[in-house]
Ligand binder design. Structure first.
Ligand SMILES: [Zn+2]
Length: 495
């Protein structure tokens, strides 16, 4: 079922004060937005027929524009105040929303914004089943004029166990998220057709040439990957984007700051720029990232996202020919573009010299702020045991093989959001290790590739796809060897 997501922006030209930004961070949304009560108790997979009273319950008001994903993360934080007395902290992916009374959500509603979520269930046929079912503990909320949504936060113990035994059969899980995808049925003698890969690394010695056009507000530059080789190039489509960039970042990472960017069409976007070129918290505190350094890095990030999409398309094609293997189909890379300020400079750009060129932003869609990390910069061990996590790891292995051992992704992370109308995962802020070591900040070159080879352990999806046979983990110092197939494969080092 596809749910049309609506925009809940405050419109172009709205001035966001620091206070309204703070309110937004705390789930308040923009001034004047509709509010809803979210009330919850807890159930767990060990005793699913009763409420888990030990973990309490709570009710809180939320604004229409807040993503359900972020509301869940906030609830899990509250649950952890009791849970962590006996256990390691719960992660949001261990817990799923169920309507009060242990009723599953409709497919593809768990990652909507709250307002869209409410609209989906506020129909004559659904109200009696979902919205009218208010547990005794929350009946008093009906005296308020706000809509009340009551949930059982469902803890799936099969997902909670924090480490994964490599190569062990995946345990059946009662979680809704897992049950929606097919189970894996490894058929290890089936290796599929031999692969032909034409991948070659994009050459990037510095900022790529983009022709400057007329001075308007933001000049848009997109990136496309050659369908055959995966080589990326920047395209200036002579498109300008008018919009407002907020002066204060809504998120500051180790290396980047992210700012809300609302276009004249009302589209809610995010502009990112680099403020440091190392993720070492102690280094470079006073280092100022030059315009050119920022340009090189945002381009690098766009190249990585574009390459990621290219590899993911190839991966899904590869899996389509092996349709007996269950995978998570609803993963994508964030679509992004570059936008250079022309004319006047925004406060957010940090530029105050009129002699200067405008800053270049990496622009992406606004997404939930709750992030799932799958791998680190030099840590490629499996962290999640659900189908989503297994698929991401198998994709990593595929990239290593399909790039002819010249590239691996690191820092794979993403947010749960709508992907083509379905509950899915959007990957962003990824890094790569390449044989040339020049793909941008965080590229450890051959050492980075070696860290993947040393640490990756094939999971059930890898094995079902026979990646251990067709793309064995062998360091090839010079890269460039053709992809091995069933006939020429050397014994897998991981076997
Ligand atoms: Zn593998």
């Amino acid at each position: 079922m596809k749910i049309a997501a609506q925009q809940h922006n405050a419109g172009p030209g709205t001035t966001h004060t620091t206070n309204s930004l703070l309110a937004h961070e705390h789930g308040g949304g923009a001034p004047g937005e509709s509010k809803y009560y979210i009330a919850w108790q807890v159930r767990n997979s060990k005793t699913p027929n009763k409420i888990d009273a030990d973990l309490g319950g709570h009710a809180k008001r939320w604004a229409a524009s807040v993503f359900m994903t972020d509301i869940k993360a906030d609830i899990v934080t509250t649950m952890n105040t009791h849970w962590t007395a006996k256990h390691a902290p719960l992660q949001p992916e261990h817990v799923s929303f169920r309507w009060a009374g242990n009723k599953l959500l409709d497919h593809d509603t768990a990652t909507l914004r709250l307002g869209d979520f409410y609209t989906h269930y506020n129909t004559p046929s659904k109200v009696p089943l979902y919205l009218s079912d208010v547990p005794l503990a929350f009946k008093h909320l009906r005296k308020t004029k706000l809509p009340v949504l009551c949930f059982d936060m469902y803890i799936d113990y099969a997902l909670v166990r924090d480490s994964i035994l490599p190569r062990k059969r995946m345990r059946a899980s009662s979680s809704a998220a897992v049950s929606q995808v097919q189970s894996v049925r490894p058929r290890r003698n089936l290796t599929g057709a031999a692969l032909v890969s034409h991948f070659s690394l994009s050459t990037r010695a510095g900022p790529s040439e983009v022709h400057r056009q007329s001075a308007v507000v933001l000049k848009k530059v997109t990136c496309v990957a050659d369908n055959t080789t995966g080589v990326c190039k920047l395209i200036d489509e002579d498109i300008t984007v008018m919009g407002n960039v907020l002066a204060t970042p809504f998120s500051s990472g180790a290396m980047k700051e992210a700012y809300d960017l609302i276009t004249a069409d009302g589209e809610q976007l995010v502009g990112k720029r680099f403020v440091r070129l190392t993720n070492d918290e102690d280094a470079g505190v006073n280092h100022i990232v030059s315009l050119e350094q920022n340009r090189v890095e945002v381009e690098g990030e766009l190249f990585r996202l574009t390459q990621g999409k290219w590899f993911l398309d190839k991966f899904y094609n590869f899996c389509q020919a092996r349709s007996h293997v269950g995978i998570d189909q609803n993963i994508c890379f964030a679509s992004a573009y570059l936008a250079q300020e022309t004319g006047t400079f925004s406060v957010a750009s940090g530029i105050d010299s009129f002699d200067s060129e405008g800053i270049t932003w990496l622009v992406e869609q606004k997404r939930p702020t709750t992030v799932i990390k799958f791998t680190g910069t030099l840590n490629h061990r499996q962290r999640q045991k659900d189908m989503r996590g297994l698929t991401v790891q198998a994709f990593s292995h595929f990239v290593y093989g399909y790039s002819k051992q010249t590239l691996v992704f690191s820092d794979l992370q993403g947010s749960l959001a709508h992907v083509k109308g379905r509950d899915g995962l959007v990957l962003f802020d990824v890094m790569t290790h390449t044989i040339e070591g020049n793909s941008g900040v965080g590229d450890f070159g051959k050492a980075g590739i070696k860290s993947f080879v040393d640490q990756h352990v094939c999971n059930d999806v890898c094995l079902a796809l026979a990646l251990d046979k067709t793309m064995p983990l062998v360091t090839v110092p010079n890269g460039g060897e053709s992809v091995t197939d069933e006939d020429t494969a050397s014994p897998a080092s991981s076997a």
